[in-house]
Design a protein. Sequence first.
Length: 610
Amino acid sequence: MLDQPTERPIARIENLRVEFQTKDGPVVGVEDVSFSINPGETVCVVGESGSGKSVSSLSLMRLVEFGGGKIAGGRMLFERKTGGQVDLGKTDQDLMRTIRGNEIGMIFQEPMTALNPVFTVGRQLTEGLRLHKGLTKKEAEDRALDLLKQVRIPEPERRLQQYPHELSGGMRQRVVIAMALACEPRLLIADEPTTALDVTIQAEILALIDRLKRETGTAVMFITHDMAVVAQMADRVVVMFRGNKVEEGTVEQIFENPQHDYTKALLSAVPRLGEMTGKALPEPMRLLGAEGPAAVPIPGTETPLLTVKNLVTRFAVRGGLLRRTVANVHAVEDVSFTLNKGRTLSLVGESGCGKSTAGRSILRLVEPMSGSIILDGTDIMALDQSALRRARQDMQMVFQDPFASLNPQMQLSDQVAEPLRNFGTHSGSALTDKVADLFDRVHLPRNFMRRFPHELSGGQRQRVAIARALALNPKLIIADEAVSALDVSVQAQVLNLMMELQADLGLSFLFISHDMAVVERVSHDVGVMYLGRIVELGPRQAVFEDPQHPYTRALMKAVPVADPRQRKSEKDLNFRPIPSPIHPRGYQPAPSEYKEVSKGHFVLTTDSGY
C-alpha cells in the first residue's frame, strides 16, 4: 500500500451538502460529507443506490446542476495543474469547462450513454485533445491510437473508424476510459465503471486503471457497490449511507475491523466464491443487516422440463453492393442441455459467448437455424406463430434492464395486467385481484400499482418485471442478467424472491449471468459457455469444486475476492484474446463432443478455441 503522501491533497471535499428541488419540496442528496484524495491514491466511495456517492462525484464535476441539483453548502477544493487552488463549488461554468476533461476526467457507469452514437470512436477520442491541448488533427489521431493501445483494445486502427454500437460492452467501456485519460487528468473519477462487465473484462479494466494510476500519479476516486472491487483497488475507503459518510479508513481497517453497523452489514452480505463448498443444493442469499437465513434447500425433481439438443443460431454478416451474406456470426454452436422441473440451470461466460442468444433462441425471440427445443413435451421449433404465442404462456423472460423492458408511459398495474388481458385469462374484478396478488407475491406495496416505472428504484422495477413474468403461471422463466446491475442488498432480495417462488410454485429457471459468486449460490446445475459452445456442464458442486476445462478455471481465477490481502496482479490474469466468432459462409465447425468425468459432469473434448 502507498504511504500517505506529504504533498497537499489534489481534491478536498468539506461538509458538502447537495439538494434537489422536487414537487414535494427539497430532497437532500448529500447531507454532510468530507474527505480528501491525495496524488497517486485510490479512494473508493462505497454504499448502496441512493447513498449519495454518485451525487458527490457529479458535484465535483459541477454536473449535478444539469440534473436539477444544487450545491447548498460546503467547499470542494481542487489543486490545479498550474499550481493554484480553486473552490469548484464557486467556479463559473467557463472555467469548469476547461477543468472538466482536461484536469478532472470521468468514467461513467453506462458506456453506451456516455458515447455519442452518431460519431466514430476516433472522432470522440480526438475531440477533447484538440479542444484542450490544441493538437493538430494528425497529432490527435496518433495520440488516440496510443490511448487505445494503452487500454488494450484489439485492432485499435480499425476501432477508430467504428461507431459505438459496433463494439461490445467491455470495449465501449475501454473507449470511455481512454477518453477520460486522454488529457492526462490530475483526478480521475470512475463511477461504477465495471458494473455491467464480465469477470474477465472487469479484472482487466481494474488492473488497467491501477497500472495507469501508478505510471502517471493520477489520483482516483472510485465509486462502486461491489466490495470485492474495493478490496482489489482501494488505498482508502469512504462508506456512505443515506447521504452521510458513516466510516472512513484504510482498506485493511475497513475489511478487517469495521466499526459502523452499516459497514459490517454491507461486508457480511457480499456473496463470496467458495462459500457453498460441500453443499449440493442452493441456499438463500444473506440479507443486509439480517442474520443468516434458515437454509431452504430446494431439491427440485428429476423430471425434465426443457430439453435442448444441437441448438445452432447464426447471424448473417452482409457486405458488398448487393448486401449479400459474406460471413456468419456463430453465436450459438451445437448447444445441448436438459433442465429439470423445479431446478435452476445457470449459463455463465463472458460477453459475446452466446449465453443471451441461447436464452432468446429457446423462446424463439431469435430464430435458431437448427436444433430441437422440447418444453414439457411440446416441440417449440415445430410451432407456427399462433401456436408459439399460446406456448409462450409456459415460458417467460426477465430482462437485464427493467427500465428498458417496462413502458415508461403505463402505470405498473396495467403493465402487470397486460399478459392477462392479452391471453384473456382474467377480466373485471378478477383481473384487479390477480394483479394485487402478484404485487403481494413479489413483496411490493399495493399502492405502487398506480405508480410509473421512473418512480421506483432499480430493484423495485426488477420486481415488477418478475411479477409480469409470473402473471400467466409459466413453467419456465429465463432470467437474463436479471440482477447484474443491482446493489448487494437489492440483489439478495430479488434472488431470494426468485428462490422463494421456485419453492412455492415449482418454477424452473434458466439463469444467465456472469457473476460467479451469485451463480454458486442459486444454481442446481451450471453450463459454462465459450464462443457459442458449452465447454463444461454439470451439477454446480462438481463444476465449481472440480473445474476441468481450462476456460472454466480461468473464469474462476478472475473473480475478485473481497479481501485486500488477496489482490490479483495483472500477470495473474493471463487472459487470451477471444477469437472472432465470425466465419466465412462455407465454414462447417466440428460437432460438440463431450467426456463424462463424473456423474452428470461433462467436459467438451472438441477444440473450443481456448
